[in-house]
Design a protein around this ligand. Structure first.
Ligand SMILES: *[C@@H]1O[C@H](CO)[C@@H](O)[C@H](O)[C@H]1NC(C)=O
Ligand SMILES: *[C@@H]1O[C@H](CO)[C@@H](O)[C@H](O)[C@H]1NC(C)=O
Length: 539
């Protein structure tokens, strides 16, 4: 008895030590401490080992290490971060299945907030094959579920440098849909207001369209803050030479906070970090809320502040230089109550269709429940034996045979036309297309052989949709070309799916070439095959 009450006392003391941080809130173009009303300037450091930043291609084998799930490393690194006057770290990939309490408590005690990317290398919006689907929805919401309860969680990035030049701007439609849905999710779950933003690269050709697109059309779907990855101040540059003056000009009328989501050019090493004086000085603080130095760990790309050998870290010259600069600056802010946010207008959506190929009409919200209902209703479906990585080419076959049957699963971000089932996972989508093809053939009296596809498709007993299923599917329409307005009821779109691991299928490109006649060759070949089969029946 005595022993256990001592333990209970210790546990209580433990939870009392883990003080809460004054949450960060957004008003107009600025961040504030909620309780004290002081303006918040981000003094950030990117904190993540071995991670590719960017939504590029993945090979299905990318490993990442959750930087908030290693208490020993946090104990080692938090004091060094404090030495740099860090008040924010950016983490690029956390694992919702790990325990983050110890690291988050250590950070809290040190006054350090966290801004977290919602993706991980294998489950991220891929600029070359963009989608916003059930798997991504589940991954994103599970990260939010994991971090939202901590008072030092400052915000989330729905993407990092996904569209990175004029060839892949259409991917931004999917990232913006993610912003829209994660903002809605935070509200729906009654978490405290935590911002959802985006971190952009610095491509002169698309930069302005990017910042307009993500903050246009409606507040509900626009970013809560804008992160700018910028490496234009190298060595002893200046406010003008670096183009920082242009940034200030471009964003002076922006309606949400802007900060540098990554900075620290390393063309000239060691880095002197003379940009710190400008960033936290009077020319920039009215418009830019600080920034995040890229990055803590020294790796092959030579951006580190510390060298890691085994489990030991040692600060390098960059660390010393950054520390010196950080000690010198004293950004002057304004109080919450005194600040009148004047920039209430959203930006105009980009209007030059040559330069910008993402419609302001966004892809649908992933809805696992709807996808499940749809699959149950089918009479013909894709076999489970098809490997994830083979799914992509199978679309080529069926959509090439009859592009009409793929309308319900296709997405055209440039036109802003999305099938209601375009957000389902690849196997569900393939089943939809197989069934649509089968139904059409059956109507024409050719049903016999039409649910086959070289043995990839099989018949199943179709279940009639009732209740919610029936409502959802009515909205989607028989061809999947309708618009579903019901929102998913929880993580992953059905019940609480959080913690489930996203399917590995997400890693493979599964572009549906419904309107892409590159697939026709393959399709034509198969038409002959099917026709031959049909011919036999007719005889
Ligand atoms: C655009 O970005 C992609 C992906 O990073 C790259 O492969 C491509 O070469 C770039 N194209 C141009 C025109 O810069
Ligand atoms: C995005 O653009 C690329 C390149 O033009 C195209 O191949 C792809 O189908 C487009 N994706 C969507 C979803 O619109």
């Amino acid at each position: 008895m005595k022993f256990s009450s001592v333990l209970a006392g210790a546990a209580l003391a433990g939870s009392a030590i883990a003080a809460e941080l004054d949450p960060i809130v957004i008003k107009g173009q600025k961040f504030f401490h909620e309780k004290s009303g002081e303006e918040f300037f981000m003094r950030g450091v990117a904190y993540q080992q071995e991670i590719q930043s960017g939504g590029g291609t993945t090979n299905g084998k990318n490993q990442y290490r959750d930087p908030l799930a290693n208490p020993e490393a946090c104990k080692r690194d938090v004091p060094l971060l404090k030495e740099l006057k860090t008040n924010t770290i950016r983490v690029y990939a956390i694992n919702p299945k790990e325990d983050h309490k110890e690291c988050m408590d250590l950070l809290t005690e040190a006054g350090i907030y966290v801004v977290a990317d919602l993706s991980e290398p294998d489950t991220s919006i891929n600029r070359d094959d963009p989608k916003w689907d059930d798997d991504l929805y589940m991954r994103y919401t599970s990260v939010i579920d994991t971090l939202a309860p901590f008072t030092n969680t400052l915000g989330f990035f729905a993407g990092n440098e996904v569209s990175n030049n004029k060839t892949n701007t259409n991917a931004s439609a999917f990232v913006k849909a993610a912003v829209r849905d994660m903002k809605a999710y935070i509200k729906q779950k009654n978490y405290r207001p935590i911002g959802v933003g985006y971190a952009t690269n610095d491509d002169a050709e698309i930069r302005e369209d990017m910042q307009d697109y993500f903050n246009c059309n409606s507040k509900e779907e626009s970013v809560d803050f804008w992160g700018y990855n910028i490496y234009s101040w190298c060595g002893d540059s200046s406010y003008k030479e670096s183009g920082y003056d242009v940034v200030v000009r471009e964003f002076s009328k922006y309606s949400v906070p802007v900060f540098f989501a990554e900075y620290g050019c390393n063309n000239i090493r060691p880095r002197k970090f003379t940009e710190v004086g400008a960033l936290y000085g009077p020319q920039m603080t009215p418009v830019v809320s600080g920034g995040i130095v890229y990055m803590y760990f020294e790796e092959a790309n030579k951006y580190g502040l510390v060298d890691l050998k085994g489990e030991e870290v040692s600060p390098n010259p960059d660390f010393k230089n950054l520390k010196e600069q950080m000690e010198k600056v004293k950004p002057k802010g304004i109080k919450f109550d005194e600040y009148k946010s004047e920039n209430k207008e959203l930006q105009p959506c980009p209007s030059n269709p040559k330069a910008w190929k993402a419609s302001k009409t966004l892809p649908p919200t992933p809805n696992k429940e709807l996808c499940g209902c749809m699959v149950k209703s089918l009479s013909c479906r894709a076999k489970k034996s098809i490997a994830d990585k083979e799914l992509g080419e199978k679309f080529g076959t069926v959509c090439g045979l009859d592009k009409d049957v793929c309308q319900g699963i296709s997405a055209d971000a440039e036109k802003g036309v999305y099938g209601a089932y375009s957000m389902c996972n690849p196997r569900e989508k393939l089943s939809f297309a197989y069934d649509a093809y089968y139904q059409k053939q059956a109507e024409a009296g050719n049903g016999e052989m039409a649910c086959d596809f070289d043995g990839d498709a099989e018949r199943q007993e179709s279940e009639e949709a009732t209740g919610t299923c029936s409502d959802l599917m009515k909205q989607a329409g028989p061809k999947g070309t309708g618009q579903v307005t019901s929102v998913p009821s929880g993580s992953g779109g059905a019940g609480s799916g959080s913690g489930n691991s996203p399917s590995s299928g997400a890693a493979y490109p599964t572009t549906i070439p419904a309107f892409n006649f590159g697939a026709v060759k393959l399709g034509a070949y198969l038409v002959c095959g099917v026709m031959a089969g049909a011919g036999i029946i007719l005889l």
